[in-house]
Ligand binder design. Sequence first.
Ligand code: NAD
Length: 500
Amino acid sequence: MATAVAPRMFKNFINGEWVESRSGKAYENRNPANTDELIGLFVSSNSEDVDAAVDAATEAYKTWRLVPAPKRAEILFRAAELLVQRKEDFSKDMTREMGKVLAETRGDVQEAIDMTYYMAGEGRRLFGQTTPSELPNKFAMSVRQSIGACGMITPWNFPMAIPSWKMMPALISGNTVVLKPAEDTPLSSYHLVQVLTEAGVPRGVVNLVSGDGPNAGAPLSQHKDVPVVSFTGSTAVGRIIAQACAPDFKHCSLEMGGKNIIIVMEDANLDLAVDGAVWGGFGTTGQRCTAASRVAVHKDVYKEFVDRLVDRVKSLKVGDGLDASTDMGPCINEQQLKTVMSYVEIGKNEGAKLLTGGNRLDGGMYAKGWFHAPTVFGDCSPKMRIAQEEIFGPVVSVIPIESLEHAVDVANGVPYGLSASIYTRNVNRAFQATRDLYTGIVYVNAPTIGAETHLPFGGTKQTGNGHREAAIAAIDFFTEWKTIYIDYSDKLQRAQIDNV
Ligand code: NAD
């Protein structure tokens, strides 16, 4: 007789141990491509769990900050090696947990590997400055100092990459971590924390509390012993986090929504532009902060481009991301699917021309998942809601444009400023666009997605609050400058007074 297998229970990681939640509650994490598949049970943490995690991180900070950075780096190098060894298993788990196709989840894990190696390398740099003093027999320098226990709140669309973008620069800089991953994707964060632990991160330096935003995320962002909060997610929640951080002047980094654009000029290589629009619009089911949810096409090539785009989109195979023939997986959950469906109705009511898709996929192989057909709207005007608001799903709005100036106006005419791209073979236009597009990232002859870990990542306007992730910019966020003057003249020397 077959016996039912109990679902695996995943706990919080606090002070070096896997522990139950004080709430005694747990929630289910299910595969969005097949909701019959239970990934596991994860604890629903509350403010007491957050307190315990912050206490552990605060205590561990006292010693971790004094570990030489090259020694901290050795642990990160080991963690990167473990990630390399387990990449395939972690990628498969990630596809089961959040639906994107295996090639993309391999990319997500690879991004964590890249970030971990990159930040480990920083352990032997973390450069400051030395500079001459204006006074004789005086030495001047600036050094980076760590800050303390960092709260990290992350979204589900890059479940390992985004936590790594925050944890690795924080750790190499000498800070400790409390991570609250997205409700829908705690398993990938669990794997990352497990790897760091095996690599030798000391007790209390990395802590993980799973759970929802209001019960676990909010107490973390408000906690008086958390001087740094790094958040990636929606603009609406980012605004709440910013307000929670303001009274205590916490360092607060917000990476939020996007409404990114691909501009296709009349001299573009159209094959390349179509490839870019399909990948940028429908990769990760359109659930990327950098997704190309708008495509602005010059009127001279509009019809030809749109015909080719629609043909390609119609041929995309939607399904389970573990199936090697699948091009696009499901939406993350029922709520996200409903949001996508509601925007399709909004687009139709606004008078946009539905060119393909526009419907939920259900029945047969889709019966147990949150699938939506890849959807293209044509003849959109730039002020339509589908061309202004972040949908976060497989919906692309195509907008006809008259000129580069017109395209740049359209591109900049949204509340967000994350990523933009232009397809042109005219170098003058390419440079003009890179200058005038007011976004954090610009691509030429490539889609809006595809960040590399050693370059700054983030956006303008309602996408961000001026900080950047990745690259040295991340180190800048997780450290503070300390300026040190050493006067070896043996007498009082007054700056600005004794040297004139
Ligand atoms: P979300 O804002 O709903 O949730 C993000 C995180 O915030 C989750 O961990 C959630 O539990 C937590 N949270 C929710 N309410 C909270 C509260 N009151 N206090 C504290 N924490 C709270 O976003 P999501 O649906 O997980 O992710 C999608 C969004 O993330 C999109 O808007 C996307 O553009 C954005 N995103 C931005 C970037 C970027 O770098 N700019 C990258 C990836 C995703």
